[in-house]
Design a binder for this molecule. Structure first.
Ligand code: UDP
Ligand code: MG
Length: 153
């Protein structure tokens, strides 16, 4: 676990259409994570098939690609202590009905096929997803708040 750990977080087309972009970004900012990449993009089905390659044999795969290609998404990379696992806790469970109140899905959505956000499930998939969505790389910068969020070593 490191303060440099990075995760790929995406606001899905329903999150964008429902004007939840600001609220979702605010949760990561307020928790203390650092934004190191962000873009607004209408992804192609081919790109989304790569992103979800592990799920290609699932019965819901065609519907998932159609949903994800139906509008623009906000693609982001957030960095900080335990970003991958804690990022998933902040999103909630895949099924919003099983997501605790206080999590993003638990507060803002109801259906598994309209669950408004994505977060990497491991450090390895985060690195893969970051390369897929940000082949140009991420932005290195020092946050003025760093020493108020993490103890200095
Ligand atoms: N999904 C779905 N039906 C299912 C399971 C998943 O429509 O029965 C969708 C849902 O949008 C989910 C995405 O497929 O977020 C990817 O599934 P995964 O199991 O990777 O869940 P996640 O990592 O997003 O929680
Ligand atoms: Mg997943």
């Amino acid at each position: 676990m490191s303060v440099e750990e990075r995760t790929y977080i995406m606001i899905k087309p329903d999150g964008v259409q429902r004007n939840l972009v600001g609220k979702i970004i605010a949760r990561f900012e307020e928790r203390g994570y650092k934004l190191v990449a962000m873009k607004f993009v209408h992804a192609s089905p081919e790109h989304l098939e790569k992103h979800y390659a592990d799920l290609k044999n699932k019965p819901f795969f065609p519907g998932l690609i159609k949903y994800m290609a139906a509008g623009p998404v906000v693609a982001m990379v957030w960095q900080g202590l335990d970003a991958v696992k804690t990022g998933r806790v902040m999103l909630g469970a895949t099924n919003p009905l099983q997501s605790p109140i206080g999590s993003i899905r638990g507060d803002y959505c109801l259906a598994v096929g309209r669950n408004i956000c994505h977060g990497s499930d491991s450090v390895e998939s985060a690195e893969k997803e970051i390369k897929l969505w940000f082949p140009e790389g991420t932005v290195e910068w020092t946050s003025a708040m760093e020493s108020w969020i993490f103890e200095e070593n």
